[in-house]
Design a protein around this ligand. Structure first.
Ligand SMILES: *Cc1c(COP(=O)(O)O)cnc(C)c1O
Length: 378
């Protein structure tokens, strides 16, 4: 019996769309540049094991994760690929990075010092250097870049594989931050050029790839676009859809007006209505903030969510649907299919990234790979 065999919702994850998305992003890059893949947060909630294996089989060899734990998990799955860890090493972690051949991303002078001490004891000093050009989150701020330039011995014994930075506003092509960050990154590369030697460069996330060749550098780091999120929100989505969540109607009932639906009596039926209950709620990643905004689709026809999203259930007004199509067991498209993940995210007042990473554990999960659908965990 597959996990969640009796679940009231089916989540299907199309690996046969993720690998073409990866290839399509790579094909957009200027010649000489290549695409890696960001698989942090369990590959944005879709299952790092399944996603990383599929991308590796498609030829991807550069993977990015956020934490050391994620890097260790990924190394157990894939022995011949490069894995870079965004958070870099904390005191006491350097050994673990080496043991699993993980490249730390060094984000400040302290992490550089920590890694240099580690390398001075005979460990390989391969690492990545991150420059902060506007996120003010991780990466060397301008004054630390200047310190490094003035004191190049801080990097002695280290082998910098590439220098990277991260865009703050890449999904808004007209935003002045893009050009400003590009200029700052180039300036930092120039001032560090003598010190880091022939290091490669990495700048673009998914949306950054669409800002043009100037933003490509040597290695792109797409995440969201691999998983079907639109990297160009003001244009049609160039990526293939990956995720589809369908709920099964549990019950349909007639509700006569005036009468309320759901918690807080937040919805009052204005006319005699047919209300369908679907067993997907905020515990399953169907965000409560979507209450009153979102819709499902039955056979492509929109059915509004009415009342508040509960922990385990939503209620939909199916009055306009022929009764034979709105029976217990009938499928309602909630995310994907007729209702793109970006559209649902907008209804919930958030972004597709948060929808993906919130997808719950109670759905019946299946993966489509090489034209076959299989049930189960990643
Ligand atoms: C998450 C992340 C990415 C991937 O960004 P997407 O917008 O999902 O393509 C790239 N680089 C860094 C540093 C990140 O944290």
């Amino acid at each position: 019996m597959p996990p969640n065999a009796f679940a009231g919702a089916q989540l299907s994850i199309n690996l046969d769309a993720i690998t073409p998305n990866w290839r399509a992003l790579g094909a957009r890059l200027k010649s000489g540049a290549r695409a890696g893949a960001v698989v942090k947060a369990d590959a944005y909630g879709l299952g790092m094991a399944a996603v990383a294996r599929a991308l590796h089989a498609a030829g991807c060899r550069d993977f990015f994760v956020a934490s050391l734990d994620e890097g260790v998990d990924l190394r157990k799955l894939l022995s011949d690929c490069r894995i870079s860890v965004f958070f870099g090493p904390q005191p006491g972690e350097a050994e673990e990075f080496s043991r699993h051949r993980l490249k730390p991303i060094l984000n400040d002078l302290g992490q550089i010092e920590l890694w240099r001490t580690h390398a001075s004891r005979g460990a390989p000093g391969k690492a990545v250097l991150q420059i902060d050009t506007g996120m003010s989150r991780l990466g060397l701020p301008p004054e630390e870049v200047a310190r490094l330039e003035a004191e190049p011995e801080r990097l002695s014994g280290l082998d910098i594989a590439f220098v990277m930075s991260h865009l703050a506003c890449a999904e808004q092509p007209e935003h002045p931050m893009n050009e400003a960050q590009l200029a700052e990154f180039k300036a930092a590369l120039e001032s560090l050029g003598q010190i880091v030697g022939p290091a490669k460069t990495s700048f673009a996330n998914s949306s950054g790839i669409f800002l043009g060749p100037e933003f490509h550098f040597d290695l792109a780091r797409p995440g969201a676009a691999l998983y079907g999120i639109n990297p160009t929100p003001d244009k049609a989505n160039p990526m293939s859809e990956v995720v589809r969540l369908q709920g099964k109607i549990l019950q349909v009932r007639r509700v006569d007006s005036p009468r309320s639906v759901g918690y807080g009596a937040a919805h009052m039926v204005a006319r005699p209505s047919w209300i369908a209950t679907v067993p997907v709620g905020y515990a399953d990643g169907y965000l409560r903030s979507a209450s009153k905004q979102a819709s499902g689709y039955i056979r492509g026809v929109q059915v509004p969510v009415v009342g508040r999203v509960s922990m385990d259930m939503i209620t939909l007004d199916v009055t306009e649907i022929p009764p034979e199509h709105a029976q217990p067991g009938a499928l309602v498209d909630l995310i994907g299919g007729p209702h793109s993940i970006d559209a649902f995210a907008a209804e919930a007042g958030t972004i597709g990234y948060e929808i993906l990473t919130s997808l719950g554990r109670r759905h019946r999960r299946s993966y489509i790979e090489n034209g076959r659908e299989r049930e189960g965990a990643a």
